[in-house]
Unconditional design. Sequence first.
Length: 810
Amino acid sequence: MDGATGSLLYMCQAEQPITSITLTDEFLVTSHIGNTLNFWELQPEALARVNSADVASFASGAASAPQMALSTGMFHLKKVVDLESVSQTQRLANRLLGQVASVQAAPNFKEVVLTTAEGEVWTMQLPSQQNSEPDEFEMEDDMYVRADQLQMELLTWFPANTVTCLCPIGTGLQVCASADEGGRLRLWQVIRGDDPKGFRLLRFASAVTSLTAESRGKFLLAGTDSGCIHAVAADPWTEAQVIDTQRISEVGIAKLCSTLSEDGLALKVAALLFDGRIAMASFSLREPKVRMLGLVENIGLVEDICFHEQEKAEDLNMPAKLLAVGSQTADVACMWSIRSPTEGYEPRELTIPREATGFWTVKLSSDTMEGRPTAICSISRNQAVVGFASGAVRIYSTPTHVGLMVKPNAANPVKSLLEPDTHHLITSLQMNLSATTLLVGCMDGAVLKFGLPTGDQQLCKTLHSPYNGGTAQVVCSRDGTVAMSTGGADGILVWSDAGSDIKLIPDDSALKAEEDDAFGEELPGEFAFELDDTDVNAFPAWVAVGGDAGKGEDEEVELSEEAATKRKLMSHEIEALRKKLRILIDHNSNAPDLEKLERGEFCVDFEERYAIASTTKERCDALRAEIEHQNVARQLIRDRLIKEFWDPMRGKGCQITSLTSGLAVSNYPERTVSEDENTVIKKLRMLRKTEQLEYQMCKGSSCPSELRNDMVLDVDSFTTGEERYIVNWWPGAHTKAAEARSRQLDAEAKQAARCRGSTKAEGKGESGEGCQGCEREGRGCRYQDDRGDRARHQCRLDRGRRAKVPVRAL
């Protein structure tokens, strides 16, 4: 394109889709699908041979654009770099991972920076042109760049998708694991060591939502939104691989937490599902395998869970307790303590029975002013810290009330660390191993540090953008000196207190010496493992096996001797009857043809059979007729409702309703207005304007005195009584309004007759004087004969008075 005018000068078509383009002082560099880099030499003199009309036809799609590699075009191909082929000559740890998404030239135009779709950032040496003219064979060899000429080096990497969870591996923060919404699980060194990449990658088809690790860092458990728990062997972290997968539910997993069992040979695992339920599982450390135990009884809408580690540390023989916070009802926030099943528990049904666990409950608030609880963390044997949606952080005593029924009075907090509205919603609570430091993450991006048990605030920093969701999660080292936080979309931040002079040492203990000629036996799956956990056939949902059989065996054992004797007698009677029937059937089969009975003749009481059949048919016909009548009635009502309310709407009404709250958004449906309705509305508006003008004229000074108070609207002269646009006003035939109008006319006729009678009585019938009642009010008096010798008096008399003065004869 012309840089001054912006007009299109040249257009061509590449062989492969282009993912990025950059310009150096020697080449135009393009990256293509398949990790191919092409280096083109510009030929500006080719623009003189280009016709502007042809370019316009190319741009409009009327004609196909010429190929980019055309010898007469503006671009001449000089170098080709096939990164896929180049990677085959290198070790897995030194290969480029993912499709090249961006190519950017360095300021010195000697190197380019490559960014891949997997989040890797590489530097590559640019090839240089030869000054001398090579021959044909040298040109072909020089066009394809070798691996040693590129001098590629991995600078760093970053999460390509939104980070969902962080988890330290081992005793320190030397190696950590992170998961994202793209299904990537990375195990990476916090400080880069001798490993070429510094991370290992496991890909899953579904998003990884939560991580939890064994205390020594040998095993890692990952939960996905497809309801699967993946067990990963992470010792050493450079050879991490999935060793077991169990789909515990068809609902996705929101959070995982784990703790050692009472015998120390397994992990107790609790999973918070998307629908608010809690699943219990076990992971054996001797034979690494995930074993589902069942679902906890529906206690309410759970927001967060954590194991009560501090109580377990003091009582090693009892199964660990699980702390959970949430809402039991819409306005009651609760904290629950759930005793996990013992190690020898065998599941027989989907829900864990109440006798296999224990429940303790405490009410946190009596109204919704403080907001719902969103996070929980165990800090001591008898205390836990709870974060709320209002930004408050409070320390409560652990539940002591047995059962799921809550007391009417809410528990008072032991200590308040943060008051409401100081910060936004609390997203994460994390404590170090010695229970001396508490880290708090807020949705406004702030990270706070508190000292325990005093509760004094030691640090408050805004480390993440509140516009991207704030702080999603925060974790700390065992001593609490180093912390790691993420905002989800802004990567991962590892930090410590200012002036602490803490230095992390890279963990290279897992690296082993490898021979240079041994990389040919490596497989791609050893570095980037891939697993499709969305396949329901390969990973079916867990079902309690042997529940019915076990239940039958238990019932058989519990039968008394009397029940067993009755059952034995009944079985003997049934067996004897079966033998008699078999003998009769055999005798009938061997009988002569005249004596043999057909199958339809086995029934003796035909009348009873026909009676049963007819009764059944009558009942079925009656039920079928009733159902059809109900269906027809419902269909008629449905059709009428659609005709009256749905079809006339120009914009149909719809509503979007939240599944987790009572919020909803509706549109405003518009009714289609027909031409007849528009005409009726115009008539009504015209009548109203006429009435307003008449009222204005009567109140003016130019109005005659006879018409000043004459506001009677004579509707009989221009209406038929069948108009539909005013309901219950215009008198139609055979209607209540018509009867009322008839009674009104009769009353007016009688009134007119009384006026004439009083006029004749005083002898002034021919005097030509008007009605005194009408003259007193300054109005005209008009009589009109009607058929049947009825008169209609069109005057308004004073209230409670009757005109007795003579009026002129009609």
